[in-house]
Design a protein. Sequence first.
Lengths: 165, 102
Amino acid sequence: MTAVDYVFWVFAILTVGSAAVVVSARSLIYSAFALLFTFFGVAGLYVLLGADFLAAAQLLIYVGGILVLLLFGVMLTHKIYDLNLRTEKTQLLPGLIIATGLFIIVAAVAFKTQWPQAARLPAPTTHEIGRMFLGEYLLAFEAASVLLLVALIGAAMIVRRKKDA
Amino acid sequence: MTTGLEHYLLVSGALLSLGILGLLTRRNAVNVLMSIELILNSANINLVAFSRYGAGNVNGQVFAVFVIVVAAAEVAVALAIVLTMYRLRRTPNLDDADILKG
């Protein structure tokens, strides 16, 4: 095993371990902070895969945006003095059976299939991704900008308090 | 043993299973949203891994960026709905979101 492999396993264990905490923690706040480490681990995996732009985007958008939004969600849907913030679980056994079966199937497929192998990508991908956004994927790029605008306005509309209510 | 595509697929499969588990067993809406984020992240790892090992071009990474964009929009709207539900019902529990029930 080379150093890269060790780093991969460190990030893999960090990602999966903290994801397990997200799912199993009894406190919502613990779940939210474990999610932070999951996102960091995934960003590390992106770096190992040579996706430098995506790793930066992961840190900026997931850690800086989505996680903060989720923390707001946790804080706003509980009373501030309610320190334990417990969350209930239901259907634990069927859920465990389904998730374990799914994992076994996915792992079997991943190891049994002969995947095609390709040459290694050049490391800085930002230039290439930017070129594709404004070329091949221009329509999807513009649609994504409209989607973000609609989501922004829609979210603001949904949570707005009516004046007379 | 060198790290290959199947190891990344294994990590992604584990993330997907954990996300499904959280989706099925949690009752708190914010917790369910976190599980959805886990599932989207696992899909992203798959896209980037195949882009690196399978295709040899950056198409998978472009797709992953779109997934991140959709995830951001989804979380914003979903949290707005959760907050509105909390204001109406004083609970973030999904089982209590039965206002539309006849």
